[in-house]
Ligand binder design. Sequence first.
Ligand code: GLY
Length: 273
Amino acid sequence: MAIPAVIAHGGAGPGPSRQENLEVAINKASEILVAGGNAIDAAVQACMILEDDPVFNAGTGSVMRTDGSVLTDASIQTSDGKIGFVIAMEDTPNPILVAADLLNEEINGLTSEGARMWADNNGHIKRKVIGVPPKGQIGDTNKQITGDTVGVITRDTTGMIVVATSTGGCSFRPPGRVGDVPLPGSGFWAEEGLAVAATGIGEAITRALLSYKVFEKIKVGKYSLEESMNWGINKLISSKDSVGLIALGPSGPGLGVSNTDMPWATWEQESSE
Ligand code: GLY
């Protein structure tokens, strides 16, 4: 029997002031896992807490695109081979719920109006997301480009590992832009008792296929989680791009590594709990 565990992050860049908010999600996932719940439920419920908290760039707190629109992305993958992702969804403060519904469908991913139509037909009620203006102005050289995301990885007693990620996207990006969060291998990867999730500037993460490359490095077995994640951040990503990673394996707690401030927290059940 595997020991339940969870790790979550609140985005690369926002700093430790969001640590307490993040821990609410960790507590929710750990409660579900201690009660015998599965890793999918724990990851989805924890991700929803982060989507509903306006301090994070996901769901309710999503940053506006350059045209003022608010479009949300989310993804989920299980270590036993299921995947679901949604891209650029309007009026969807909890895109992780739509992504999670795709785990048991023939299709893996949906985008834009089609994703919203599918959500309407599957009981996901439309809800306007006001969003948050980005810090700075377009054309201003001091504008703050951040690619915050929220991410959760859970492990249940069966040893199943699930990764869930959600974002409003990088600031100062146009409405049709696709970041790393909904792209398998870029923003997330889970397989065979191991999962990795990324946060930060989506273009840099996507160019590096960061989550899959780090996953592969860990799987080879020669390098620890920490060595592999540091390799990913330092060798595959320019120091100009704020990027962070979390990972969780078949045993032990998870680990977070970033080249900037990234609130993260992990929990593993104690044998007496
Ligand atoms: N990492 C979030 C994004 O770039 O969209």
